[in-house]
Design a protein around this ligand. Structure first.
Ligand code: T5A
Length: 225
């Protein structure tokens, strides 16, 4: 189905969850589907998405920021996010594009907050400064037992690649992350939907598409008739 109408403003969809749950895979599948529907789609990721933010990504994921502690890491993720929002995300939304982002502010809440121990008030201040009004319209939380996600992430890495800063954390850290994302989704049900990521790639993609159509496109299709 092709949608002839251009939305009055773009849609901002984020994918969240633990390591290896299938965020990148599902983001690519949704982007393909939305492009087939006739929309402009911008795909991006965090940390990263802009030249400056990608430099911070290298620093953070190499583990060189780890000795500074979770508060400093949260500040660096937020600095990368501020540039990403101002330079890429907000302008794309303004011109009516869909922006699909692999991780966003919920990852800071889960990794540096729930697991790193940075207090919620401090994180809320950093989030407000970095994100402003550019908040996701929908966050898809892919849910999978941590062991399965870590096994998927390990099988994706080629022989020489090492686990990064956060993949190297112990299993209890990753199981805690899973619950942190579920807690976020439970606290903001109007923004978040949780999808069982243990299903096949095709089944998860179908479920994601169904959420997108229910939330955004059913109304657009009716209006276009
Ligand atoms: N971080 C990030 C913070 O600590 N704070 C922050 O604020 C932010 C933004 C980013 C790291 O930074 C941390 C979190 C992360 O540790 P990253 O490299 O972007 O690092 O890591 P991830 O986001 O975890 O990305 P991954 O690539 O590891 O996982 P994905 O994207 O969830 O999974 P994907 O799609 O690459 O799939 C992994 C493997 O599983 C297969 C795929 O083919 C692939 O081989 N797969 C499936 N297999 C079976 N069934 C399915 N349904 C499958 N779906 C995918």
């Amino acid at each position: 189905m092709t949608f002839q109408m251009t939305p009055e403003k773009g849609r901002f969809v984020t994918f969240e969850g633990g390591e290896g749950v299938g965020k990148s895979t599902q983001l690519a599948r949704l982007a393909e589907h939305l492009r087939e529907c006739g929309f402009e789609v911008v795909t991006t990721r965090e940390p990263g998405g802009t030249e400056k933010a990608e430099k911070l990504r290298d620093f953070l994921l190499s583990g060189r920021a780890a000795p500074l502690g979770p508060l400093a890491e949260a500040a660096l993720f937020s600095a990368a996010r501020a540039d990403h929002v101002a330079t890429l995300i907000a302008p794309a939304l303004k011109r009516g594009a869909w922006v699909l982002c692999d991780r966003f502010a919920d990852s800071t809440r889960a990794y540096q907050g729930a697991r790193g121990g940075v207090d919620a008030k401090t994180l809320a201040l950093l989030e407000r400064a970095a994100v402003g009004e550019t908040r996701p319209d929908l966050t898809i939380v892919l849910d999978l037992p941590a062991g399965e996600g870590m096994a998927r992430a390990a099988s994706r890495r080629d022989g020489g690649e090492r686990a990064d800063r956060f993949e190297s954390e112990d299993p209890s850290f990753h199981e805690g992350l899973r619950h942190a994302f579920l807690d976020i989704a439970e606290s903001e049900p109007e923004r978040c939907c949780v999808i069982d990521a243990s299903l096949s790639v095709d089944d998860v993609a179908r479920t994601v598409r169904a959420f997108i159509h229910d939330r955004f496109l059913a109304h657009a299709a009716q209006a276009a008739q």
